[in-house]
Design a protein around this ligand. Structure first.
Ligand SMILES: N[C@@H](CCC(=O)N[C@@H](CS)C(=O)NCC(=O)O)C(=O)O
Length: 200
């Protein structure tokens, strides 16, 4: 399998963390790309020019990160990361949605922060920041469990992105239960081995 990727992308991190948790990472060849430059090799597999994009061993191109993560979980036997039924399933999928929502808001805010300052930009950024603040409060009120699943992996990647791009806005002191969970969960190899970094 081939994964179009960048080491700074939190959505890519979700996929790599799932692959490590499923012991599939050695089956994945990493193809570095810069999605914002719309390279032809990425457009050939993903018309949205976004990463992650996985090309499976039988040539199918899959995106976005929830789809790829569920595909990886389906490869070998029964699902491990996506609880198949019941409360555990809906809790994990809702956690993934909250984590991806934090990422969507935080990534959009970071992109806007690189543009010239003006009132409309600042209002948009404030709205994205408020979405993150509210979602962190919800996670603090009902912290994730220690279980390694798509919900907890996604939350760890979202919090890791805040640390990576918004280190000047510390969240731990105001969210002690989430911080304690994050510190424990970070010891899992799937998180410890996927620390984000800028592409060189
Ligand atoms: N919902 C998508 C988001 C993917 C995404 O936005 N990836 C960013 C990199 S962090 C990207 O490729 N952006 C390029 C663009 O939007 O043109 C997912 O979960 O995979």
């Amino acid at each position: 399998m081939k994964l179009f990727y960048a080491p700074s992308s939190p959505y890519v991190r979700k996929v790599l963390a799932c692959a490590i948790a499923l012991d599939l990472d050695r089956q994945i060849e990493l193809v570095p790309v810069k999605p914002f430059e719309s390279p032809a090799e990425l457009l050939a597999v993903n018309p949205l020019s976004r990463i992650p994009c996985l090309v499976t061993s039988d040539g199918a191109a899959l995106f976005d990160s929830p789809v790829i993560c569920e595909y990886l979980d389906s490869i070998d036997g029964p699902a491990i990361l996506f609880p198949p039924v019941g409360r555990a399933r809906w809790r994990a999928l809702k956690q993934q949605a909250m984590a991806d929502g934090i990422l969507d808001a935080a990534v959009a805010r970071r992109m806007e922060s690189l543009r010239p300052q003006e009132a409309a930009r600042d209002a948009f950024m404030a709205r994205q920041q408020a979405a993150v603040v509210r979602t962190l409060a919800v996670l603090e009120s009902d912290p994730p469990h220690r279980t390694v699943d798509i919900g907890t992996i996604s939350i760890a990647c979202a919090l890791g992105y805040l640390d990576f791009r918004f280190a000047h806005e510390p969240w731990r002191d105001t969210h002690p239960r989430l911080a304690a969970w994050c510190a424990g969960f970070a010891e899992n190899p799937c998180i410890a081995r996927t620390t984000p970094r800028d592409a060189v």
